[in-house]
Unconditional design. Structure first.
Length: 110
């Protein structure tokens, strides 16, 4: 019987953290979060296009290209990325909110 692959594993790498750190250093977390939220339906298509162009990027030494392509192609990748960007924007915010969990932001507490 063939083994099933773990579809829940998010391919998070140090290259992704370095990219997010560069965004934070340039104070571009909010624009990145807004772009991701607005273009979320196209994230899978963007990831697949990045995978298609990956052979070209190998000659350009773009090490994080593959990591971004895999993250955007993963079904939960955009949601995880959005949560990580939100956590960088506001460290008090929950890192992975769920629909059933109440908000832990201090402004929403009674």
């Amino acid at each position: 019987m063939p083994q099933e692959t773990d579809r829940t594993a998010i391919p998070w790498t140090p290259a992704l953290e370095e990219s997010l750190a560069a965004l934070a250093q340039r104070q571009q977390i909010l624009p990145a979060l807004l772009l991701l939220s607005g273009q979320r339906p196209l994230a899978f298509l963007a990831g697949q296009l990045m995978l298609l162009l990956q052979p070209l990027t190998a000659s350009l030494s773009l090490e994080s290209w593959s990591a971004w392509a895999q993250l955007l192609s993963h079904p939960d990748g955009p949601a995880i990325l959005e949560a990580r960007l939100a956590a960088l924007l506001d460290p008090r915010a929950p890192t992975r909110p769920t629909a059933s969990s109440p908000s832990t932001h201090p402004d929403t507490q009674p």
